[in-house]
Ligand binder design. Structure first.
Ligand code: ACO
Length: 323
C-alpha cells in the first residue's frame, strides 16, 4: 500500500491578544476564575481577517516550507465550525487564493475533532488517488460566533488556524490507526451558528444568528470519560501500549480535562503538551496549533504521537501518528 506522510505543520494566529484581565473590564469575570478552571490566560482575536484568511496563511506557509508548487496540491480540506459562509466553502476560498487549480476542496464540520476527521479523510482519499500533496487545516474565528455578553462561553474561546501538508507515495508512513465516535443524541450540549426554518410564510421574524451555547459541565463530563476510552481503544486496536507513546496531543480546551485524562490512562502529565494559556480553545485549530509548536521546539521524527479531540456533535476522535 502507498505510504502517506505528514511532511510539515504550520500555524497562524491573528495579532490582537486579549488577556483575562482585558475581559474582566468588559464582563463580570476575573483572571483568577478563568485561569484556575481552564488554564487559559489569553486568546487571539481576529478583527479583520475571516476564517479563510487565517487558513490561507497556513496553506501558504505549508507549501513555502515544503517547496511545493500550488499546482501539485490535489486536495484541500478545512475543518471548521466557523466558516466564512455556508457556501462557498472556506476551503474553496483558500484553493482560489492559493492558486491550487488542481485541488479538490471541501470543508468538514466536526467541531474540535475536525482536524482528526480531516486527516483521516485525506489520508484515505490519497491512497486511492494520484494527488501528490494534500493540505488539511483546522481554522476558526470563534469570536464572531460568541455572545460577548455571555461570560460562561466568551472567556473560553479564541481564534487561530493550523494545519498539515501530507505527501502521497512517501518514504515514511504517518498514519497508524484512528478511532472516531459521534454521539448525536448529545447534540444540544454544544451548539453554534444554528439556523431555523422560517416557521411561516412570509416570515414575520427571521433570526439567522444564534450564538454559541454550551453546557460546560456536561461537556466536561463527556470529555473526561469518552476521550480516555477513545485513546485506549485506538491503542489496543493497533497493538500500541500507552507507555510507548511519546506525546498525547489533546484538544486544548481545559488543562483540568487534560490532567484528568492523563490520570485515567495512567500516563505522566509531561507527555501532554499544553498551550491553551496562550490561545484559549480554538476548536478545530487547537490540535494542529499544538503540534506546530511542538515541532518548532523539537525534532519529532520517529516519535509516536496520539492526537485526540472532542467537541460539538458531540464528536470524539483519536489518531496514532508518526512523523
Ligand atoms: N467568570 C466568573 N464567573 C463565571 C464565569 C466567568 N467567566 N462563567 C461562569 N461563572 C459562574 C457561573 O455563573 C456560576 O455561578 P453560580 O455558581 O453562582 O451559579 C459559576 O461560575 C460556575 O462555576 P463552576 O461550577 O466552578 O464552573 P465549572 O467548574 O463547571 O467550570 C467550565 C466551568 C470552565 C466551563 C467547565 O465546565 C468546562 O471547562 N467545561 C468543559 C467545556 C469545554 O471543554 N468545552 C469545549 C468543548 S468543544 C469545543 O471546543 C467546541
Amino acid at each position: 500500500m502507498k505510504k502517506v506522510q505528514i511532511k510539515k505543520f504550520a500555524s497562524y494566529a491573528p495579532q490582537l491578544t486579549v488577556s483575562n484581565d482585558d475581559l474582566s473590564k468588559i464582563m463580570d469575570t476575573s483572571d483568577e476564575w478563568i485561569s484556575s478552571r481552564t488554564g487559559i490566560k489569553q486568546r487571539r482575536i481576529s478583527l479583520t481577517e475571516n476564517t479563510s484568511d487565517l487558513c490561507l496563511q497556513v496553506a501558504q506557509k505549508l507549501i513555502k516550507q515544503a517547496h511545493v508548487n500550488p499546482a501539485e496540491v490535489g486536495l484541500i480540506i478545512v475543518a471548521t465550525m466557523s466558516p466564512d459562509a455556508a457556501t462557498p466553502s472556506t476551503s474553496a476560498l483558500v484553493q482560489g487564493k492559493l492558486h491550487a487549480e488542481n485541488a479538490l476542496a471541501f470543508d468538514i464540520s466536526a467541531a474540535c475533532s475536525g482536524f482528526i476527521y480531516g486527516l483521516e479523510i485525506a489520508q484515505k482519499m490519497m491512497r486511492q488517488s494520484t494527488y501528490k500533496y494534500a493540505i488539511v487545516i483546522g481554522g476558526e474565528v470563534l469570536s464572531k460566533e460568541v455572545d460577548w455578553t455571555d461570560r460562561t462561553c466568551a472567556v473560553l474561546f479564541g481564534d487561530g488556524a493550523a494545519g498539515a501538508l501530507l505527501e502521497n507515495d512517501a518514504v515514511q508512513e504517518s498514519f497508524y490507526g484512528t478511532d472516531t465516535k459521534v454521539v448525536g443524541d448529545l447534540n444540544g450540549d454544544l451548539v453554534a451558528g444554528q439556523t431555523n426554518p422560517i416557521q411561516e410564510f412570509p416570515p414575520a421574524d427571521f433570526t439567522v444568528f444564534h450564538p454559541f451555547k454550551m453546557d460546560g459541565r456536561a461537556v466536561y463530563k463527556f470529555a473526561t470519560s469518552e476521550v480516555p476510552a477513545s485513546i485506549l481503544r485506538v491503542c489496543k486496536a493497533n497493538r500500541l501500549q500507552p507507555d510507548e507513546v511519546d506525546y498525547f496531543v489533546l484538544h486544548q480546551a481545559n488543562y483540568k480535562i487534560i490532567k484528568s485524562i492523563a490520570k485515567k490512562i495512567k500516563q505522566p502529565i509531561e507527555k501532554f503538551p499544553m498551550n491553551m494559556d496562550k490561545y484559549g480553545n480554538t476548536s478545530a485549530a487547537s490540535i494542529p496549533l499544538m503540534l506546530t509548536e511542538l515541532a518548532e521546539k523539537e525534532n519529532l521524527e520517529g516519535k509516536t504521537i496520539v492526537i485526540s479531540g472532542f467537541g460539538g456533535g458531540l464528536t470524539i476522535g483519536s489518531q496514532i501518528i508518526k512523523l
